[in-house]
Design a protein around this ligand. Structure first.
Ligand SMILES: [Zn+2]
Length: 253
């Protein structure tokens, strides 16, 4: 039986002499593991599509629960990411997160769009990497069902909270009058950061990266967004540790 779908490679593991096992995020079947036979041979027609982060239209051959790639037509290879270690490592983190929150066997269209738009932004748009990082992390939490409540203070309900903090565990805003969450469990938001967070969480996904922050606020905002993500998902990411280990200066990109 043949299955046609579009998907991006989140993980690629070499297998046997010339094969590769791919973890795809697909439009129709969510996360899917497929075998790309012979893709590491010279001149294999599957070589380009079997690379990490490549986005392709696939024709798969399905036998019981096993899928193998019959044909693949690459749509976007994000070549600009492969030439830049900082960008490639951040993109690899996006892929690892997508693998964590993606679901097998059902359409993950919103997650796939977010991932592709974020890879495209990192590759092509002249935006700071930290801005794309923050937008991906917060929006990913919305898509995965862990959206923070940012419209008002969770204690008193004011929509314009004084000195607001984001509580990472509860996913809510708290103003300075409504309790001081224990240190490490929350972080302060400037008015500009709150506006940016609301733009990401409540705004049109098509305009996801259309916000700015004063230079000094971008790095703390990205740190807040990724702490929120790792707190909500209750895990860390090797690719994120690696990216941070590169010591990318705040706002680089
Ligand atoms: Zn309050």
């Amino acid at each position: 039986m043949h299955v046609d779908l579009a998907g991006v490679v989140l993980r690629a593991v070499d297998y046997k002499e010339s094969d590769r096992i791919l973890t795809l995020l697909t439009d129709r079947l969510g996360l899917l593991t497929v075998k790309a036979q012979g893709c590491r041979r010279k001149n294999s027609p599957l070589a380009a599509a079997a690379q990490l982060l490549a986005y392709s239209n696939f024709t798969l051959f399905a036998y019981r629960d096993h899928y193998s790639v019959k044909e693949a037509a690459p749509q976007e290879q994000f070549l600009g990411l492969r030439a830049d270690l900082d960008k490639l490592s951040l993109a690899s983190y996006f892929a690892e997160v997508a693998q964590c929150v993606g679901v097998e066997g059902e359409s993950n269209g919103e997650l796939l769009s977010l991932l592709l738009n974020s890879l495209y932004a990192l590759d092509k748009l002249q935006k700071p990497a930290e801005l794309i990082h923050a937008a991906f992390d917060l929006r990913c939490m919305v898509v995965a069902g862990y959206a923070p409540l940012l419209d008002a203070c969770a204690g008193c309900g004011t929509g314009a909270p004084e000195a607001p903090r984001l509580d990472f565990q509860e996913g809510v805003l708290l103003c300075s009058d409504c309790g001081e969450p224990s240190p490490g469990r929350s972080a302060p938001l400037t008015p500009e950061m709150l506006a940016a967070a609301r733009h990401i969480v409540y705004g049109d996904p098509k305009r996801l990266f259309s916000f700015t922050l004063p230079p000094g606020q971008l790095a703390p905002f990205a740190a807040l967004a990724s702490t929120y993500l790792t707190t909500q998902l209750e895990r860390g990411f090797k690719t994120l540790d690696f990216y941070r280990g590169l010591g990318a200066p705040p706002g680089a990109g």
